[in-house]
Ligand binder design. Sequence first.
Ligand SMILES: [Zn+2]
Length: 287
Amino acid sequence: MWHIRESHGVKYLLSDSALAGGFVAGFTTRLGGVSSLSYSSLNLGLHVGDARERVITNRRRFAAALGVDLGCMVFAEQVHSNRVEIVNTQHCGMGVLEQETAVSKTDGLITSEAGVMLVLTFADCVPVILFEPESSVAAVVHAGWRGTAASIVRTAVSLITARFKVSPISIRALIGPSIGQCCYEVSCEVAASVRSARLAPAAGDAERSGEQAQCPRDIGVEPGRRVRLDLASENVAQLLDAGVPSRNIEHLKTCTSCHSDLFFSHRAGRGTTGRFAAFAYIPLEGL
Ligand SMILES: [Zn+2]
């Protein structure tokens, strides 16, 4: 399903099912870069306080490891919105060298053009990669709790089905490393707003922890209570709502906070940390 590759010192996870569908897609780890301390070492985020030249060096290593040009990458500003943008070769290079040129106020990128590498960066939020092999459409989505509450994943699936005339039944989804229910304590208000984005209860809800079940459905009934939220499963529920079959959804189930030696985690790093990437690319010359 997945394998770990190491190239130019960079270790990353590559999806076998994406490769079989003609895509190069996966997630970087934090290993193989030149940044130090909280950003050690493969920090790919330009906006988190790390030295710019180190981030650019890390991005060059990342590009070399994948065998792509740095200039074919497209980054988004990522503001926890539900805005999803369709990009093409004209967007190549946006946000690569400066955060200011990233695709503005956007948290999801879609492309159907070969040679465009979609890149979003993460430290606990849920990375969702979508691909549809027949129409050769790929997407990367950044779903933190605000984006999830605003249904960004369902929005991305709807946009793909509407613009590229594909059925959600043929869309495949990869859920990458993100903060697990084990480590994600939030207020009841946050949990309620995320869960209110669902159209239908997800399978397995009944088996969830008692702690989560205690969260009052009615926002404000017990302000101040903290609960543990399973943000990745909320996004799986949205994919199912959107018509993506469960057999097409691969969930890595790796907690960034528990595995902060491998991935950046905002919570584990107490707010000061780097970013790893979720990426999707349609090769120019096929695989
Ligand atoms: Zn954890």
